[in-house]
Design a binder for this molecule. Structure first.
Ligand SMILES: COc1nc(N)nc2c1ncn2[C@H]1C[C@H](O)[C@@H](COP(=O)(O)OP(=O)(O)OP(=O)(O)O)O1
Length: 139
């Protein structure tokens, strides 16, 4: 449960902005540790999402990672109150509206790319694209 900032009061993965001189994967590991206390060296890239918001010219690029091995125990932090859910029992009604669309790809181990056009209310989206890809290495 996000306690502050963008997406406050929604259940979401741990995450945040990548810092200078840091890879996206390293940024995800750092955010996980900062926001939950969990430490991992086993992070797997699952998907790439672009979010567009009505009345906002800047798109948000979000990389989705899966962690299935970690050290430590999840603790509440200033930013997040962690909760565990079964992977087939996700509380999508409390999450961002896009999540239920791409979560099946994660379960199948299928990499994906998608785009979602959200209304200014940041609750509903008007259209989206989503497709499976073989690789997320666009370099
Ligand atoms: C619009 O739909 C979204 N869906 C999902 N599942 N996740 C989203 C969506 N929009 C943003 N997010 C994620 C991406 C990040 O993990 C967080 C927001 O992070 P941001 O860095 O913008 O905000 P803060 O956490 O407040 O900043 P720092 O931790 O970097 O200080 O939400």
């Amino acid at each position: 449960m996000k306690k502050r900032g963008f997406g406050r009061d929604k259940l979401n993965g741990f995450g945040g902005k990548v810092e200078a001189n840091e890879t996206i994967a390293k940024g995800a590991e750092r955010e996980l540790a900062e926001e939950s206390g969990l430490v991992t060296k086993s992070i797997k890239q699952c998907g790439l999402l672009l979010f567009y918001f009505e009345n906002d010219l800047v798109a948000m690029e979000v990389h989705v990672f899966l962690v299935d091995r970690y050290e430590g125990a999840a603790v509440e932090t200033d930013e997040m109150r962690p909760q565990w859910f079964g992977i087939r029992d996700m509380p999508f009604e409390l999450m961002w509206a896009d999540d239920s669309h791409w979560w099946p790809y994660v379960l199948k181990g299928q990499k994906f790319v998608g785009q979602f056009w959200f209304k200014a209310d940041q609750v509903t989206f008007t259209r989206h694209t989503l497709r499976a890809v073989d690789s997320l290495d666009f370099a």
